[in-house]
Design a protein. Structure first.
Length: 329
C-alpha cells in the first residue's frame, strides 16, 4: 500500500492561479505521453507516486491522451483507485475535450453536446465524480464561442468540474472567452498554451490578456518535447519521443539548428549549476503571469530533475541577454 512522503510539501512552490483562490504547484505532471495503454503500468504508477511525494499535486490529462485515446485517463483512474483515493482532496485533476474522440459530427471540437458527453466519459474512465479543472482543449472555428463557454459554465454548475479553462486560444479569443464566462458567473481560471524558448507566440499579446483578465497560465511543452534537454545533442536515442511511431515529435523536427542552439544553451545552464531542462523550465516560469510549467516524464529522474529547478528560478540580466542572443542567432 502506497504511503505518501510526510515531507511532500516542503520543497515545492505553490502559485496562485490568476485571481482565484486556487494554488498550483510550480511544476505539474502531464500525462500526454507515457501513461497510455501501450506503456508499462508499473512505470506510470511509480512516476505518479514520485511526483506526489515531491509536492506535485496537479495531474493534467485530456480525453484523447494515450495511446489509444482515453487510456491515460484509465491508467490514472486505476492508480487513483488503488492507492491515491485517500489523497483525493490534496489533488488537482484536470482533463480536456476538443480533439477527435469518436465517429460522426459530435465527436470533436467545441459544441455543448460534445464537451458534456466527453466529460461524462472522462469521469467514467477515471472513476471519479468531478474534475478540478475542465478545459476547452482548442478553439472551434465553427461553433459560436458563446455555446462553448456556456457549456463550460453548465459543467461547473452541474458539479462535474470545480473550475474551467481554455487551451491554445489566441489573445483576442481568450479575452472574449473570459468576458463571456465572467458574465455567466463562472470566471476563466486558467489558460494552457504551448510555450518554450523555441515557441514564443504567447509573448505577442496573450500574456498581457492573461494579466489584465486575471487568468492563470500553465505552459505545456516547456522543453519543446525534449529538444530543450541534452537528449538530442548527439542524435535521436532509440527510447526518445522522436523515435516512437506514435510520438508527436517527428525526426525531421530535430533540426541541426535547434540542436546547435540547445548545445549553446546548455553551456549557459552549466554556469547556473543547472541542466538545460532546468534552465528552460525556470525561463518559462520567470513571467509573473506563469502559474505552472507542465512537464512530461518517462522516468522518475525526469520528475526529480524538474522539481530541482525550483532551487534557482532567478536570472541575472546578462544571462537573459545571452539566452536571447543564442535564440536569435
Amino acid at each position: 500500500m502506497y504511503q505518501s512522503s510526510n515531507n511532500r510539501y516542503e520543497a515545492m512552490h505553490y502559485r496562485r492561479c490568476g485571481r482565484s483562490g486556487l494554488k498550483l504547484p510550480a511544476i505539474s505532471l502531464g500525462l500526454w505521453h507515457n501513461f497510455g495503454g501501450v506503456d508499462p503500468m508499473e512505470n506510470s504508477r511509480a512516476m505518479v507516486y514520485r511526483a506526489f511525494d515531491l509536492g506535485i499535486t496537479h495531474f493534467d490529462l485530456a480525453n484523447n491522451y494515450g495511446p489509444p485515446p482515453g487510456s491515460a485517463e484509465e491508467t490514472f483512474g486505476s492508480i487513483l483507485r488503488s492507492d491515491l483515493a485517500h489523497y483525493r482532496d490534496e489533488l488537482v485533476i484536470s482533463t480536456k475535450a476538443g480533439y477527435y474522440m469518436w465517429p460522426g459530427p459530435y465527436g470533436e471540437w467545441g459544441s455543448r453536446k460534445y464537451l458534456i458527453s466527453s466529460l461524462d466519459q472522462s469521469l467514467h474512465r477515471m472513476g471519479i465524480d468531478y474534475v478540478d479543472i475542465f478545459y476547452s482543449h482548442r478553439p472551434d472555428p465553427e461553433t459560436p464561442l458563446e455555446e462553448t463557454m456556456s457549456a463550460l459554465d453548465h459543467i461547473v454548475r452541474s458539479g462535474k468540474a470545480l473550475y474551467v479553462g481554455i487551451s491554445s486560444y489566441s489573445a483576442d479569443r481568450t479575452r472574449d472567452a473570459s468576458r463571456i464566462l465572467r458574465s455567466l458567473g463562472t470566471p476563466c481560471l486558467i489558460h494552457q498554451p504551448r510555450y518554450s524558448m523555441f515557441d514564443r507566440w504567447i509573448e505577442e499579446g496573450l500574456l498581457t490578456v492573461l494579466r489584465e483578465e486575471g487568468i492563470g497560465s500553465i505552459f505545456f511543452s516547456p522543453l519543446a518535447q525534449g529538444l530543450l534537454t541534452d537528449k538530442y545533442l548527439n542524435g535521436i536515442p532509440a527510447d526518445s519521443r522522436a523515435s516512437k511511431p506514435h510520438g508527436f515529435l517527428k525526426p525531421e523536427q530535430v533540426t541541426q539548428g535547434k540542436v546547435s542552439k540547445a548545445g549553446r544553451l546548455q553551456e549557459i545552464a552549466k554556469r547556473r549549476d543547472q541542466t538545460l531542462a532546468q534552465m528552460a523550465l525556470a525561463w518559462v516560469l520567470r513571467h509573473p503571469e506563469a502559474t505552472s510549467a507542465l512537464i512530461g516524464a518517462s522516468r522518475l529522474e525526469h520528475i526529480e530533475d524538474a522539481v530541482a529547478t525550483l532551487r534557482n528560478l532567478t536570472f541575472e540580466r546578462d544571462e537573459l541577454e545571452l539566452i536571447e542572443k543564442t535564440l536569435s542567432s
